[in-house]
Design a protein around this ligand. Structure first.
Ligand code: URA
Length: 250
């Protein structure tokens, strides 16, 4: 039998974890006879249920239990990749309250001014798999760089460049998408795939070749691609296909 098939938990714990109220509040709801399990009215809020298999209803509405939540956020600039901060708005401030009961956290960090793909989940195992330095999960960025990104830069990035602290990066794939003439000089639009995640890595890689990143967006992390139809600042749950790409089967 699968782990889900064997799982039994206290009913009030399941419901309070899902944000249906504190245990004391749930006790009152049970007293009103408003909760049923498999069609029978609940008498004891501490009864054990299998939240994956039993039909649990509150005021006639069925609840859908799950342990993990997986959200794709199209991060806007101006918010930080943290769960709390005394001064700054965080990515969690963008989420509906109902998701916060799952205690999601961002998988890795994007700088405050960086946009794009950020996965939010409470699945620590998946986060570890995506972030572990030993796994070398590729991350692809699109960026605008002041000046002309040259073939020499492409060659240097493919060998590894030396950052300001002496660290030599792993080979990275740099592609120049276009070079445009702007009022204040040329602007290069590039795509870069790196296989590690050092602090400010993309910006520091360009600094190492004397260039400045003026816009940065992450478009891919491992098998997960940013859904470009997701408006900036909004988020959605991962689809079953995306979960399968991450090795998660619903
Ligand atoms: N590299 C950076 O410099 N910044 C980010 O936000 C992500 C990668």
């Amino acid at each position: 039998m699968s782990a889900k098939g064997r799982t039994t938990l206290r009913l009030d714990k399941v419901l309070s974890n899902m944000g249906y109220g504190s245990r004391a509040e749930l006790k009152k709801i049970v007293k009103r006879g408003a909760i049923t399990v498999n069609g029978s009215s609940v008498k004891d809020p501490a009864m054990h249920v299998n939240p994956y298999q039993d039909t649990i209803e509150i005021e006639g509405e069925q609840i859908h239990y799950r342990e993990f939540v997986y959200l794709m956020l199209h991060k806007p600039p101006g918010v930080i990749s943290a769960t709390e901060d005394i001064r700054e708005r965080t990515v969690l401030d963008l989420l509906d309250k109902s998701y916060l009961t799952y205690e999601p956290f961002p998988v890795g960090r994007l700088d405050k001014d960086t946009e794009g793909l950020l996965l939010l989940t409470n699945d620590g195992k998946l986060a570890h798999e995506l972030l572990s330095p030993r796994k070398h999960v590729p991350k692809t960025y699109e960026a605008h760089i002041a000046g002309k990104v040259s073939d020499e830069d492409v060659a240097l990035f493919s060998q590894g460049v030396t950052l300001d602290d002496g660290y030599v990066t792993l080979p990275a794939e740099l592609t120049v998408l276009s070079i445009e003439e702007r009022e204040n000089g040329p602007l290069s639009k590039i795509s870069l795939t790196i296989h590690e995640g050092k602090f400010h890595q993309v910006k520091r890689m360009f600094e190492s070749v004397g260039k400045k990143v003026i816009y940065l967006k992450r478009v891919r992390m491992g098998e997960l691609q940013l859904d470009e139809s997701l408006p900036i600042g909004s988020y959605r749950e991962l689809t079953n296909e995306e979960l399968a790409l991450l090795g998660k089967h619903s």
